[in-house]
Design a protein around this ligand. Structure first.
Ligand SMILES: CC(C)(COP(=O)(O)OP(=O)(O)OC[C@H]1O[C@@H](n2cnc3c(N)ncnc32)[C@H](O)[C@@H]1OP(=O)(O)O)[C@@H](O)C(=O)NCCC(=O)NCCS
Length: 169
């Protein structure tokens, strides 16, 4: 298995694995209620938990890829994450993304998602990539539509009703 520690480069972003040095940025992102509102996840409560989450994230070792830290080239700071995650319970690879509110509305999620889909299809040779989104997350649904993912109806995932989108190679 090939292990990818860096991901695609876009006009404005680098993608790379999180390290514990990113814990502060990870904490700021994942403890913001506006960011977490439609993710179905609990807020990260402390810097210590952020460090543990990064240090214990298994995907890059076990699967070879995962959700990348998105580094804004202009400032060299981590402004969010985007990337692919293998979901064993669905036997599917999921596109996920999350950015700091001050960067919303500039096409950054769309830019990152396009690059990650291309990475998944060209580099990882995936046949299909899915996107799961809460029905009220209009901005995220719009992003999935803009990157060409097709709606496949709803399903229950992690105890929540979600909309499933998918794109094939
Ligand atoms: C969802 C999210 C990643 C979008 O990031 P972004 O960089 O602002 O996305 P983009 O600028 O590429 O595109 C957003 C699109 O949604 C649209 N949009 C934003 N808010 C909207 C709303 N409330 N209703 C409908 N459309 C909305 C924008 O107009 C834009 O579409 P357009 O280009 O056709 O005008 C960002 O809001 C976020 O991080 N949210 C919190 C985490 C999250 O919910 N992640 C997804 C979990 S599935």
């Amino acid at each position: 298995m090939k292990h990818y520690r860096t991901g695609p480069e876009t006009k404005r972003l680098h993608h790379r694995a999180f390290t514990v040095d990113d814990a502060e940025a990870f904490f700021v992102l994942n403890s913001n209620p506006d960011v977490m509102r439609f993710t179905g996840e609990l807020l990260v409560p402390s810097l210590e938990v952020a460090i543990e989450a990064i240090a214990g994230y298994p995907d890059f070792d076990e699967v070879g890829y995962g959700r990348w830290a998105c580094v804004l080239k202009k400032t060299q700071t981590v402004i969010g994450f985007c990337g692919l995650k293998y979901l064993p319970d669905l036997d599917a690879v999921d596109l996920g993304y999350r950015f700091l509110p001050e960067f919303w509305g500039q096409g950054i999620a769309t830019e990152a998602c396009r690059a990650n889909l291309e990475f998944g299809f060209r580099e990882l040779r995936l046949d299909q990539i899915v996107g799961l989104v809460l029905p009220d997350n209009a901005a995220s649904i719009r992003v999935l539509e803009k990157v060409g993912m097709q709606p496949e109806g709803d399903m229950v995932y992690d105890g929540m009703k979600v909309l499933r989108f998918a794109k094939r190679r």
